[in-house]
Design a protein around this ligand. Structure first.
Ligand SMILES: *[C@@H]1O[C@H](CO)[C@@H](O)[C@H](O)[C@H]1NC(C)=O
Ligand SMILES: *[C@@H]1O[C@H](CO)[C@@H](O)[C@H](O)[C@H]1NC(C)=O
Ligand SMILES: *[C@@H]1O[C@H](CO)[C@@H](O)[C@H](O)[C@H]1NC(C)=O
Ligand SMILES: *[C@@H]1O[C@H](CO)[C@@H](O)[C@H](O)[C@H]1NC(C)=O
Ligand SMILES: *[C@@H]1O[C@H](CO)[C@@H](O)[C@H](O)[C@H]1NC(C)=O
Ligand SMILES: *[C@@H]1O[C@H](CO)[C@@H](O)[C@H](O)[C@H]1NC(C)=O
Length: 496
């Protein structure tokens, strides 16, 4: 008989989207740290229960703040009162009181995802009403209160074929315990007889719209995840691929995400002749987040540079400090290659240095080891600029370093473990390389001391866009490096 169209969609959104906002806050927390299948992930990110609860707490605070200042859109409808339809508009609707209990969020193992629930939410709003019945206009104010609103939503995390994380709604339940609405002023008596009658319907209408709104929000979140890039150019030479390699896994109250973590040369995009090895992240439930980086990721970057022919350099005498005891001048090479000054007197030299194999980094508990194999070709520069080849050396070197995080800076130290130099071929006759080797070692030591000075000062950890790491700890493990940390979300974060 009577009809009331109650447009509560926007209204419900402000109250109930809080749950899906929380979902977003958790996903954002995962992305702070800034998708091919069947591979071992080279980067793993673990969000612990502690991290989940922190994300929820920040999300809840954010919602509470927004609720206090929000003005809701006008609500319009028609009430049929036997003699015709009365059009009404509820306008300037403001939240006057909001009792927003801290919601709960927990990981669910199957499906892998999480469950958020809010119970006992109560909200009071006030505003103005206007009615129009033919030419008769009227108006006044109203109050409405919703009591004991309970919403429970379960979302599942997955992975799409491109390796983006996906989020889908598995279930949603909403229940409104009670609703009260009062009209004041004007001829508000017109409404009063209908209020009791419509209360139940308004409640059902709001209730019915909660879950579709939550689900719509989840779909929006899913769309933003799909739009994210799973490949980034890190500089003009390298691109980093970070699609998910498998489904998100929830175990031992934490969420584990595995990413491909492979660098490619932009120029060659060649696959390296080695693969990522599996590794198991240590469980550190005392930290909000941990991230593990396999040696594979670092080695793929070296391979990228190597395959593009970028691991090479030409060294000439103007690059050698004037204080150096050695100069790239054939006349001064007597102590190392006695025959050279006689064969080619007074000529400048150039050295062509290049990697003969991909440098290899390996992570071990307590140390990082790095090995490189290079060749050095020496040339004499003739007065007519022709480069005359002199000899070729092979240089095999191994370094070992320690790294740690202190005072929010990455620090470390590096030492040379082994350095061998051998003569591969020569156009100037054979010579003993020992003297050259000891000079080259001195040069390397000199460079290392500069590197170590910088490592002692430390390198600032990269700043994240929306968060800052708190008390990060770095540990070296067999095959990977792990960083465990708490995080602090920055205030300017916007969950929209
Ligand atoms: C994603 O990558 C494309 C191509 O590299 C780029 O144009 C676009 O801006 C990137 N989008 C985001 C959100 O970074
Ligand atoms: C979860 O805990 C069990 C028992 O403590 C352990 O065996 C298992 O490896 C853990 N799983 C992960 C992914 O850490
Ligand atoms: C040495 O190399 C640098 C950089 O390639 C170049 O600018 C410089 O002119 C070279 N010096 C000599 C003496 O060839
Ligand atoms: C090379 O060294 C010799 C001996 O010190 C010097 O006379 C000559 O000028 C140097 N050559 C060049 C091109 O600097
Ligand atoms: C440059 O000089 C060298 C040595 O004097 C000589 O062997 C060579 O043929 C010359 N090259 C050219 C292109 O003149
Ligand atoms: C240094 O390298 C050489 C050649 O690769 C090897 O024979 C030697 O055992 C290495 N020494 C150490 C201390 O690793």
């Amino acid at each position: 008989m009577s009809q009331l169209v109650f447009d509560c969609e926007e209204f419900c959104c402000y109250i109930h989207c809080l749950l899906s906002k929380m979902v977003v806050s958790v996903i954002l927390a995962l992305m702070l740290v800034s998708c091919t299948c069947g591979e071992n992930p080279a980067i793993q990110v673990v969000l612990t229960e502690k991290g989940l609860q922190y994300g929820k707490h920040v999300g809840a605070g954010w919602i509470q703040e927004k609720l206090e200042v929000v003005t809701l859109p006008d609500i319009s409808g028609k009430v049929y009162i036997g003699i015709g339809s009365v059009s009404y508009t509820l306008t300037g609707v403001r939240i006057t009181k909001c009792d927003f209990p801290e919601p709960s969020v927990e990981f669910t193992e199957s499906p892998a995802g999480f469950k958020t629930s809010t119970s006992g939410l109560s909200i009071a709003v006030t505003g103005g009403w206007r009615t129009r019945y033919g030419a008769i206009h009227d108006g006044g104010t109203f109050d409405m209160a919703l009591f004991n609103v309970d919403v429970t939503s379960v979302v599942e995390l997955g992975k799409d074929p491109d390796g983006h994380m996906s989020v889908t709604s598995v279930s949603c339940d909403a229940h409104i315990g009670g609703l009260d609405i009062n009209f004041y002023g004007g001829a508000s008596w017109i409404f009063e007889p209908f209020v009791e009658h419509f209360k139940g319907r308004i409640r059902a209408e709001i209730e019915d719209k909660i879950c579709p709104t939550v689900e719509e929000y989840i779909v929006n979140t899913e769309q933003s995840l799909q739009a994210m890039n799973v490949s980034f150019d890190v500089n003009e030479d390298l691109t980093l691929d970070i699609p998910l390699t498998g489904l998100p896994v929830i175990e031992n109250s934490s969420l584990n995400l595995g990413f491909k973590g492979e660098f490619y040369s932009i120029k060659t995009h060649q696959e390296p002749p080695f693969e990522a090895q599996p590794f198991v992240m240590p469980v550190k439930s005392g930290y909000m987040l941990s991230a593990g980086l396999s040696e594979f990721t670092v080695n793929s970057a070296f391979y990228g540079y190597y395959s593009a022919g970028l691991l090479q350099a030409i060294i000439n005498d103007s690059m050698i400090p004037s204080t150096s005891p050695v100069h790239l001048n054939t006349s001064l090479m007597g102590p190392f290659i006695p025959q050279l000054p006689k064969m080619f007197p007074g000529l400048l030299m150039t050295l062509q240095v290049y990697a003969t194999d991909v440098p290899q980094v390996s992570f071990h508990s307590g140390a990082v080891k790095m090995g490189s194999m290079a060749a050095v070709k020496a040339f004499a520069i003739q007065p007519n600029s022709t480069q005359t080849p002199l000899f070729k050396l092979l240089v095999d070197s191994e370094f070992s370093s320690k790294v740690w995080i202190a005072e929010e800076r990455l620090r470390g130290s590096m030492t040379m473990e082994n350095f061998t130099l051998s003569l591969d071929s020569t156009e100037v006759g054979t010579f003993n390389t020992d003297a050259l080797a000891s000079v080259a070692k001195m040069g390397v030591q000199l460079t290392l001391s500069k590197v170590n000075k910088q490592l002692t000062e430390g390198i600032m950890l990269p700043r994240l866009k929306h968060a800052q790491l708190v008390n990060p700890v770095l540990t070296l493990e067999e095959g990977f490096i792990a960083i465990c940390s708490d995080a602090e979300l920055l205030e300017d974060i916007d969950f929209n």
